[in-house]
Design a binder for this molecule. Sequence first.
Ligand SMILES: *Cc1c(COP(=O)(O)O)cnc(C)c1O
Ligand code: SF4
Length: 375
Amino acid sequence: MNSSLSNIYFDTNKYWKKELQNSIKTLEELIDFLGKERIKKSPYSYILEESYKKNFQKIHQNFRFQVTKYYISLANLYNQNCPILLQILPNIKEIEDPVFKEKDPLREEIHSPIPELVHRYPDRVLWYLSHNCAVYCRFCMRKRKVSHPSTISIKQNLFSIIEYIKNNKNIKEVILSGGDPLSLEDKFIEEILFHLKRIEHLYSIRIHTRMPVTLPYRITEELCNILEKYYPVTVVTHFNHPIELTDIVYEKIKFLKKSGVLVLNQSVLLKNINDNASILEELFLKLIKFGIKPYYLHHCDEVYGTSHFRVSLQKGIEIIRQLQGRNPGIALPKYVVDLPDGGGKIPIVPNILKNMIHQIRNIYVIIMLIIKYIN
Ligand SMILES: *Cc1c(COP(=O)(O)O)cnc(C)c1O
Ligand code: SF4
């Protein structure tokens, strides 16, 4: 084992917690970290203005600001569309959204039989385990509750949620989500997995987390041991741009996979961040190279405070059309739209007509082969 690998294997719970404590939580800390003089010469000089400072405070009260030093280190101040900065910098449109008016357009709260448990599809439940994340993404579709300063009492909810799942034999899968479920201590994660694994009618346990992207040190040996103990577990990560796939991520994903974890990725299609075919081509190819299967590309949900990230459906379809035939099938996720009012996710398939012509041609070839065979 080389030395960089052994560091990764031996980093401990202490390390990621410290990194989380040391993360940047105020505008002043952000300016200090990036350097005032450098910011002045960059396209982001507006963040030094008094008016931005005022707005920042207002936005922060609604949906907190936080970024790890690891993640902000990937930023490039001199790129006016820096994919890292655009994902984390508060924007006044978050609290003055000119287009989207609803905080919960997918009606998750209505579909929650127990607080923090969304049961929208008969066969799956989504368990909202934590308000906290290492980095608060400004486009978050659950920003109505994510980053809330209170903590959720897992102990209190655990019993009723486990009972609910036990009593609903239709439920085949539990998705641990949030916020970020990996912001919880290992012992809670282990306790939850322990109870879920004893439910006979469950086929699948998934963990939805952005930690591999924003705080890869969270993937510790201890955590991997737990995931291995409760094999099989699926981890669904959230990479949006190829720049997020770093060397440390590569090692951590390898470590997860060695523990028997299936690793998938969902991305969100975001304006000026990844809304073009060549960026997504590179993202999906690089994910495969890292051992991660691109699962979904989400069309941005119509959540209040996120319309400045919106890409039109037409543009999304055009990008997917360009990607078909450019990337191997394994490096092409499903492009999905979550219907408002809790209608659920539907995949968008461009070129249905072209596919039909393809099918007809296939049938023609098969008939020709049969004729040839008969002769
Ligand atoms: C997306 C989602 C799921 C999981 O859907 P899949 O298509 O199986 O990935 C489950 N519950 C809720 C509420 C969701 O939003
Ligand atoms: S990590 Fe996920 S839940 Fe947390 S802020 Fe980002 S998108 Fe929202």
